[in-house]
Design a protein around this ligand. Sequence first.
Ligand SMILES: [Zn+2]
Length: 319
Amino acid sequence: MRTSTALTVLTALCTAILLASPAPAVAAAEPPDIPVAAVQAHLAQFQRIADTNGGNRAHGRPGYRASVDYVKSRLEAAGYRPVVQPFTYNGATGWNVIADWPGGDADNVLLVGGHLDSVTTAPGANDNGSGSAAVLEIALTVAKQNLTPRRHLRFAWWGAEELWLIGSDYYTRNLPSAERAKIKSYLNVDMIGSPNPAYFVLDGARYPAGSVALQRVLQEHFAKIGVPTENIDMGGRGDHASFTRYGIAVGGPFTGAEGRKTAAQARKWGGTAGEAFDRCYHRACDTTQNIHVTALDRNADAVAHAVWTLAGQAFALAS
Ligand SMILES: [Zn+2]
C-alpha cells in the first residue's frame, strides 16, 4: 500500500516534470536524411563551372575561383560568414573556404572538410565535387535546422589538394597552436560517389587517438542501413594528413579511386569485380555521369549522422 502510494505520487511527479520540461535540446535531434537531389544540385553547379572554364576546377585556373565563389555565396545566403583564406602556390593564388557555425564549445571544435579543387585533366565530379557538395549541403542543413550543438562546428573546403594537400597544410600550419589545439576531430570527405563503389572508412587504429570513435560513428550509420564497410589505411593520401601531423583525430568515408574491386567486394557491395572503383579517376570523364547516386546518398547521410552525433556529445578521447 505504502509502496503503491509512493509510486503513484512518484508517477504523478514524473508526469508533471515531463510536462513541464522544455522541448528536447536541438543538439539531440535525429541526424537528418540529406536529400541526395540537393547534393546533386551542387554537383551540377560544379560541373557547369568546369564546362564553362576549360573543363576543370584546378588550382590556378578560373574554374577553381568560380568554385570558391559558388560555395561562398551559398553559405552566405544561409547566414554563414565564410572566410576565404588566400595562399600562394606554384606562382598562383589559391583559396580555402572556412565557415564557422556560431555557438558550441569553442575549445572543442569538430571540423568537417573536403578539397574543392580538381586536377587540370578533369572536371572533378567525384574527385572531389562529391565531397564538396555533401559538406556544403550538410552545412546548409545545420543552418536550416538552426542547430545548437554542444561542440563548435566548422566547415572547410580546401584548395590545391591535388598538388599535395597545399591548402589544408597552409591552414593547419598557420593556425596559432592554441587554435589548432581546439580542433579535436577532423572528418575528411573526399570521393564519395565512385561509380563502382566501395564503402571504406578511415581505419581509426592507424591514426591519432580519438580516430576510432570517428570510424565507429560512421560505421554506425552504415550498419543501420545494412551496408557492410571495410576499414582503410589511406596513409597520408588526403587532407586528413594535414591534421594527423598535429595529433588531431581524423575519420572519413571513401568509395575508392583507381584501386580495383575484388570478387569478394563485388559480392557484398555489388558492382563489377576486377574493375576500378572509379575508372574516371583524374580523367576527363569524371563528370556528373561518373557519380553513383546511391553511394553519394548513403555517404552524405553517414557524414550527417557523424556530425549530428559527434556535435551533440562532449569530447571524449575514447578510442
Ligand atoms: Zn580527392
